[in-house]
Write a protein that binds this ligand. Sequence first.
Ligand code: GTP
Ligand code: MG
Length: 347
Amino acid sequence: MAKVETKEKKITSKPIKEIPPESAINKKSTKSKKTTQSLEKPFLETIAGIGPTTRKRLEEAGYGSKEAIALATRSQLTEISGIAEKTAALLIREARARFDLGLKKGTDYEVAAKTRVKLTTGSEAFNELLGGGLETGSVTEIAGENGCGKTQIAHQLAVNCVKYFDQDVIWIDSEGTFRFNRIVQMAQALEIDPEVVLSRITVGRAYNSEHQMALTEEALTMVPNVGLIVVDSLMSHFRSEFAGRGTLAERQQLIGRHLSFISKQTEILNCVGLVTNQVSARPDGIFFGDPNRPVGGNVVGHTVTTRLMIRKGKDIKRTATLTKSPELPDGKIEFSITTEGVRDYKK
Ligand code: GTP
Ligand code: MG
């Protein structure tokens, strides 16, 4: 019970005029840590035998930091041109020696959980379903049919991230549906300067799956103070590029890599990860429950921490169903999408 109370203090979904104090404190402590880190010499520069060319290649592939290398596998590094087995082993050994790999006590989890905060959705009912909002440190998937409101929710979370976390947003747009005017409308509704919000969102328009993965990695090295990473949508390019059955294994492998990279980064940066996903009719037919399921199979299902399914109702009405969470019961609520953004549904 005490846990619920702590979370509720951090939630502020009603018209709020200021940053919730606890979120602000937590987020500020992340910031100061980053400032200290940036004074250190970059990891790759401290490794004898790694010249500028190799360093550039590693950085371009998203392995510029000791954290990224410590959590990489040897085969991921040897895939990069010019990185031999011996070099990969050396890099991983050095990175792991300087990075706490993570054997922890149960009490450490308690401490880590306290640094996680919730990003409000804009609807109290929706927040309640999520134990307060979307949690930092993991990836939430929002799935549903065309037009159900996935992209709208992402716009709302981007505005909320700037307003309540005072942090930046990375938005990987694979469908060309980021709309600055929706950000303006939602920001105005929360009485925050739209220009400030827009200036804090870095949008990468992804034209294919390779581009999507590269943009995500680049944005994460470029944007210093990330509170939210949006990938809208996760699967559209992968689905159209890897259409045949024969390409399924390769597709799943790439999605797994892409998604686990995002997941790792949300943990390291203690930010919210949000991926939207399409749905397809279940091939096995179904007599009860939802006839649709998110695409991407087990790889996506296992890698995301929290799964939500959105359904469109009449006019502004929507329903959200929580189908996967490591600590919350499944449930279903009603909310609405209005010109102001995501709000409670009022009959
Ligand atoms: P796909 O990307 O095609 O899978 O759909 P999606 O789930 O991302 O849908 P999206 O978030 O783009 O939602 C589009 C719907 O949001 C519209 O059909 C409207 O119902 C609603 N919507 C968008 N803008 C507004 C607005 O300004 N006011 C209101 N009331 N509703 C809006
Ligand atoms: Mg969309």
